[in-house]
Design a protein around this ligand. Sequence first.
Ligand code: AMP
Ligand code: GLY
Length: 443
Amino acid sequence: MPNILLVGNGAREHAIAEAVVRSSRQPRLFAYMKANNPGIADLSAGTRQGGYGDKANIVDFARSSAVDFAIIGPEDPLQAGVVDALQAVDIPAIGPTQSLARLETSKSFTRNLLEKYGIPGNARFRVFTAMPGVAEFLNDLDEVVVKPDGLTGGKGVMVQGDHFRDKEEALEICRQILAEHDRVIVEEKLSGEEFSLQCLSDGIHVVATPPVQDHKRRFVGDRGPNTGGMGSYSCEDHLLPFLREADVLAGLDITRQVAAAIHRETGQYYRGVMYGGFMITRAGLRLLEYNARFGDPEAMNILPLLETDFVDLCRAIINGALTDLPVSFARRATVCKYIVPRGYGLPKDHPDAQSTSARIEVGNTGPARLYYSSVDKRTDGLYMTTSRAIGVVGIAATLAEAEGIAESAVTAVRGPVDHRPDIGTAALIAKRVYHMASLRGPR
Ligand code: AMP
Ligand code: GLY
């Protein structure tokens, strides 16, 4: 009966918690959370509330709960060095050390690593610490993307055509970024379809989970500002309608080479999730970025499908024994839709902005899975707390059925909420397939 610590309080962690307690090893779950997630609390033998930078508090909770290992959900505690602090008291973790979490926390680390080790899939890029040379490099590229070298919650990336018009504006944005950050990255703008490939690594072996497509834009039809992700889907054949098996294998191969390069570069084994955001372009597969954790919402698509015992899987990752364990996922389609406050992602002066802390009622969500995210359970009911509130997931034999299940569940949540009804629908998927076909051209 292992004791397991989970750090995190979002819907992703709710899905992780569910995978833990489903294990036949009869684990006891201990959850360290920034805010009290009622779904995770219900599944836990014990909880503690605190900040993700408070390493002493996390280590104290882990020791007093006599945990065998820890699972770190979000990126903030990884960046804070929570895994290093746990390792110092002999508690292993699913999640990289602070140095290896640079895979996500430093975009320049990852781009430079791919370049140094000749790993395919890199974008043309350069990292600048000051303005000299920026203008020349901008002019070398066709269209550009500009990003600060750090965690930005998916919102710091500036894309030409979306966030600014021309090279002159790009130059000004670089100047602004350098006023606040040490480094700015300028890279070529890639065009194509994006997918998320969440891989598990024990430092030597890397295993892929089914590919998922997330929807970052706030509104129907991929309009509006970028968000943390409004919903996502995966298919029963473990591909996506616009994706070929060779694309998935190419993403896995890049990730295997990156895991090996990390070991050669740092002498440390990467134990945790390597979630590659890839784009299929006219010229082939390209890496947008890595995250050092499961995706949110993408974890909700793949963890419910996991057929392998999750506790065994975690142990295999920790022990460098991933190849000894068959890792399999049910051949089912999934559609996840996030229910968000109507004001989510909107400017503070927007009339709907107040809805971000309103009370909601959850009715009968039918066969859908329900994962709590930013909600607060008070004595007088359930309140939203500014960000994405609840993820609902339909799981079925086909995408159409899974979409129907998720969509009916959304209607069971009452209050000033919103969601994207187009996620997982035939119309939106046809658009993606058409887009990809027009990029690939005739076979
Ligand atoms: P990130 O903050 O690194 O997660 O990136 C957020 C989003 O920015 C990605 O999902 C892409 O949609 C977009 N993006 C990042 N890099 C590029 C690029 N080189 N070309 C086009 N879009 C990009
Ligand atoms: N779905 C985007 C992320 O988890 O970063």
